[in-house]
Design a protein around this ligand. Structure first.
Ligand code: G3H
Length: 490
């Protein structure tokens, strides 16, 4: 159970969790806490420490000092500790998954999957790091005109320093370790700022790293209010790199951060273009998986279907039939559709639905909401003047726009301010390649719904969807810089 057994030391009283600094679990001197509301019950489930700016300053100093020693720790030892943390994480998947269910209403099975996937990601990163960080380059001067062979250059990848990791609520564990593991294997230290919803899952995950025996001060986790420590963290002079996943806060962070490498994965309005020759059963199955898993709260969710008019009726009927089979209810019951993360999120989704209603979209199901729980909704005959055609609901509401040409579909996709992923369904591979090439997104999937994984694949967005590429290898590279040693012979 969460907060018990091995995890008892991270708890301070009933349901109040400590923060982690200098290898210890601590109470904030602010004396304040932040409440975490269970999206299903809408009652306070947990509380976390409201860390102060002074505590952030201390953590930054600790991380800076610990990093210097860590960078000198042999690579194989760093990998060994990561493997150990991965094993502990997987062994304790149940209490961590329980937190995910309570904090972010992720269905029970998917919550377990997130923890296991995270353990695998940490192990893979350790292995990949050993390979790619164990190699460097050797250059000789006489390949450049005018030079004799008198200078030799040895290049290797060296750490950046302190990496600030800010994961989002929808994958608080997986998208935290996707930042922590590459940072650590590359010789960096970590300051983790979890999202409020998902903070307790993150704290449990951090405890697994603590139990693995990483040096004091190397990994730190501060919780608190964004208004108090958010900008303070992202603009802190002690930070050498920021890896952020979330909404458009990332754009604000990018504008304020100093001259440091940034890895930003922000929103998406992933388009699903369906041609006349597509296998409509395959499309319908992918629309359900892509649009409604975790109630649409994934940056890579299918967020707009652009279907050729001639097959639109048929596709809509198939999707409607599958929507009717989705189970709706609490995450504990492992329902397909569970409450969205917060009341404000549910209100935002409702605003998009009302706008579509007023402007004449066809409702394939009746709109239904109870608290934060919104029943899955397919909106047909959506037009570009409706907000839902462009904005991401981050909920179980999916718009269908009927198109009369492929060009119209590509135009809609590219007119979006987002550019994360997209997908195209057709049996004509040549057409698929041409359309993929024309779609302005980080990735295009052919005959499959958008998704980030497997976790070692490159993953990146363009435009307002982010900067910098992720995936295990890219993250290790991004969290290092080139260090040169030059030798000149007389
Ligand atoms: O929400 C953003 C995540 O990076 C999406 O990951 O495609 O594995 O659901 P996923």
């Amino acid at each position: 159970m969460a907060g018990t057994g091995l995890f008892a030391e991270i708890l301070d009283g009933e349901h109040v969790y400590k923060y982690y600094a200098d290898g210890e679990w601590k109470k904030s001197t602010s004396g304040k806490t932040v409440a975490i509301i269970n999206p299903t019950t809408r009652k306070t489930q947990y509380k976390v420490q409201a860390c102060s700016q002074e505590e952030v300053n201390k953590v930054m100093d600790l991380a800076k000092t610990a990093q210097k020693l860590w960078a000198k720790t042999p690579l194989w030892k760093r990998a060994e500790l990561l493997h150990k943390a991965a094993a502990i994480l997987k062994e304790h998947k149940a209490p961590i998954a329980e937190c995910l269910v309570k904090e972010i209403a992720k269905p029970a099975k998917d919550s377990v999957t997130e923890v296991v996937r995270s353990g695998d990601l940490v192990s893979y990163t350790a292995e990949e790091g050993v390979r790619i960080l164990g190699e460097g380059k050797f250059l000789v001067s006489d390949s450049f005109p005018g030079n004799e062979r008198t200078k030799y250059c040895l290049t290797s990848k060296i750490p950046l320093g302190v990496v600030l990791a800010i994961p989002p609520f929808n994958y608080p564990v997986n998208l935290a370790v996707s930042k922590i593991a590459p940072a650590l294997i590359a010789g960096n230290s970590i300051v983790l700022k979890p999202p409020t919803q998902g903070a307790v899952s993150c704290l449990h995950m951090v405890h697994c790293f603590h139990l693995a025996g990483f040096p004091k001060g190397l990994i730190n986790c501060v919780t608190g209010k964004g208004s108090e420590i958010g900008d303070f963290l992202t603009m802190h002079p002690g930070v050498n790199c920021i890896s952020f996943t979330g909404g458009d806060t990332g754009i604000a962070i990018s504008k304020k951060a100093g001259m440091i490498p940034l890895q930003m994965e922000l929103g998406g309005k992933d388009a699903c273009i369906v041609l006349e020759d597509a296998d409509l059963d395959l499309v319908a199955a992918n629309i359900i998986k892509g649009g409604f898993s975790y109630s649409g709260q994934r940056c890579t969710a299918v967020k707009v279907v652009l279907v050729m008019e001639s097959v639109a009726d048929s596709l809509v009927e198939k999707v409607k039939a599958k929507v009717a089979k989705l189970t709706v209810g609490p995450p504990e019951d492992d329902c397909d559709i569970t409450p969205v993360v917060s009341e404000s999120s549910a209100n935002y989704i409702e605003g998009l639905v009302k706008d579509a209603k007023e402007k004449g979209a066809t409702f394939c199901q009746e709109y239904k909401r109870e608290g934060n729980l919104i029943w899955p909704l397919l909106l047909d005959n959506v037009r570009p003047d409706m907000r839902i055609a462009w904005e991401e609901p981050f909920g179980p509401v999916l718009p269908v726009l009927r198109i009369n040409s492929v060009e119209e579909g590509i135009h809609h996709c590219n007119a979006s301010n987002f550019g994360l992923q997209g997908c195209i369904f057709t049996k004509d591979i040549n057409k698929a390649m041409l359309i993929s090439d024309a779609m302005e997104t980080g990735t295009v999937q052919i005959n499959s719904a958008p998704a980030r994984g497997p976790d070692h694949f490159p993953f990146q967005g363009i435009k307002d969807s982010g900067i910098g590429s992720q995936g295990i290898t890219n993250s290790i590279n991004m969290m290092t810089k080139i260090g040169n040693i030059l030798l000149e012979t007389p």
